[in-house]
Design a protein around this ligand. Structure first.
Ligand SMILES: Nc1ncnc2c1ncn2[C@@H]1O[C@H](COP(=O)(O)OP(=O)(O)O)[C@@H](O)[C@H]1O
Ligand SMILES: O=C(O)C1=C[C@@H](OP(=O)(O)O)[C@@H](O)[C@H](O)C1
Length: 312
């Protein structure tokens, strides 16, 4: 596999990435005009929903969102109720966060199956950012060779080299949400790249991760291939070891999104009933809280200036 400029071809061939994003120039798209934000960003259906919402007691403010028990009366209705309100809250929250982010990238870190890809796509769409999955970029650069095949044909160490190169290249761009591979956190150089943007740790209990992975299989996740047993037990065993090895590394992230915490906040008893949109909203809440802290904003801006300097 050619190691130079792994991202360049994927990025420039991407029809859904605008020219200004490719060159790194700031766009003045709809999500970046805030003078009349509600009128511009919300369509009439959103506004109707918003008005109706004031009648139910789903409270929401700048720093948190809380669903009282009337919205989540029973396990059976959790998912349905959530789907009614969440798109509106997501849109509103993304408008709140966008000026603080000012085009800088978001990197999602977390264990395999923590939802980096699923949640990342939702956040990118809400912010009007482009989405990249670092594993996919590596696979594209390898001419379609899968991550599992790269591990087998080359080695994990070679895969990690490509992963670092991808993150290095992405760190020079703007307006991206990046789903990193679960192991990206183990190399300090990757943190140096990711800290050009904002890092968000999706913290999901191991049992939930194992359930998700068992449901889709371990084909695409070579680090889970060696264990024996049923898919759930296999995944749980290996994830436990990896989690012990990496637990500390994830705590380097600027913000942590804990599913247990969201469930407690929303009064949801089973975290598997939390929708990816609810998790994306919490990620935006945490990002906003982090950036509203003056000190964090200054450090963040300084790191990002370094990244922009390389961009122009
Ligand atoms: N909130 C969620 N609830 C239930 N399943 C989820 C949730 N988020 C992700 N998943 C599922 O878990 C699996 C792994 O998610 P994915 O986004 O690929 O994780 P990652 O990119 O961190 O490896 C996928 O099958 C996805 O559909
Ligand atoms: O945890 C890891 O070391 C890995 C996670 C995978 O990505 P996901 O986290 O997207 O599954 C992929 O990068 C590779 O299989 C190694």
């Amino acid at each position: 596999m050619e190691a130079s400029s792994i991202c360049a071809s994927s990025f420039s061939n991407c029809s859904w990435v605008s020219k200004s994003e490719k060159t790194g120039k700031k766009q003045s798209g709809v999500f970046f005009k805030f003078s009349q934000e509600d009128k511009k960003c919300l369509n009439s259906r959103d506004i109707k929903v918003a008005k109706a919402r004031t009648k139910i007691s789903y409270s929401y403010n700048n720093n948190s969102y809380n669903a009282p028990s009337v919205v989540y009366p029973s396990l059976e209705s959790e998912k349905y109720q959530a789907s009614v309100d969440e798109p509106f809250i997501l849109k509103k929250k993304s408008q709140d966060v966008a000026p603080y982010l000012d085009g800088r990238c978001i990197y999602l870190v977390g264990m395999m199956g923590s939802g980096k890809t699923t949640v990342g796509k939702i956040i990118s769409e809400a912010l009007g950012y482009s989405f990249f999955d670092s594993d996919k970029l590596i696979e594209q650069a390898a001419g379609g060779t899968s991550v599992a095949q790269i591990f087998k044909q080359y080695s994990e160490s070679k895969f990690r080299d490509y992963e670092s190169q991808v993150l290095g290249e992405l760190s020079m761009m703007r307006r991206l949400v990046v789903a990193t591979g679960g192991g990206a956190v183990i190399r300090p150089i990757n943190w140096k790249y990711m800290k050009h943007g904002l890092t968000v740790w999706l913290d999901v209990p191991l049992e939930a991760l194992a359930r998700r992975i068992a449901a889709v299989g371990t084909d695409s996740r070579p680090l889970l291939h060696d264990e024996s047993g049923d898919p759930y037990t296999k995944a749980l065993l290996r994830l436990s070891t990896l989690s012990e090895e990496r637990g500390e590394a994830y705590t380097n992230a600027d913000t942590r999104v804990s599913l247990e915490h969201i469930a407690a906040k929303l009064g949801v008893r089973d975290i598997s009933n939390l929708t990816p949109t609810a998790i994306a909203i919490e990620a935006l809440v945490q990002i906003e809280n982090f950036l509203k802290c003056d000190n964090n904003s200054m450090v963040f801006a300084r790191n990002s200036q370094f990244s922009h300097a390389k961009n122009y």
